[in-house]
Ligand binder design. Structure first.
Ligand SMILES: [Zn+2]
Length: 141
């Protein structure tokens, strides 16, 4: 199967870090079902134009559900066959930006948790729950 042949993949390719993608919604539903409350698609640091998918402002936890294509998931990133230079540069820039975002937030005292969109939403939610529990029992009361 090539890229952009299924509706899901086409949707993924249409938007870079678009909100309300299917996998992200599934994660939000699972996290919500576990009783956690969070903010959606906001900047953890208002002065820094980087948006996280789920944000726990008080606990300073930023969750990213990274799209497999745009963020170069090791399992689902296809080797581009057209415009190779363009895509290679574009995806490398995305990876750089992801690393930089994690660094900026971590340096500001945030816990950054990243998942791939292909991961099981319930497992993702439980991992988030663990992170929330750990932060709550540490200095972030
Ligand atoms: Zn993937």
């Amino acid at each position: 199967m090539s890229w952009a042949t299924t509706p899901g993949r086409r949707r993924i390719m249409q938007g870079n870090r678009s909100r309300d993608t299917g996998p992200e919604l599934a994660v939000r539903r699972s996290v919500h079902a576990l009783g956690m409350r969070y903010r959606v698609s906001v900047r953890p640091l208002p002065q820094v134009p980087r948006t996280a998918d789920l944000v726990f402002p008080r606990l300073r936890i930023a969750v990213f559900v990274d799209g497999c294509f745009w963020h170069s998931c090791p399992i689902h990133t296809p080797a581009p066959t057209k415009n190779i230079e363009y895509w290679t540069a574009k995806l490398a820039a995305n990876r750089r930006r992801d690393r930089e975002t994690s660094e900026i937030l971590t340096n500001a005292g945030w816990l950054v948790v990243r998942f791939w969109e292909h991961e099981d939403p319930d497992r993702v939610a439980r991992t988030i729950e663990t992170a929330v529990g750990e932060r709550r029992s540490s200095s972030f009361r």
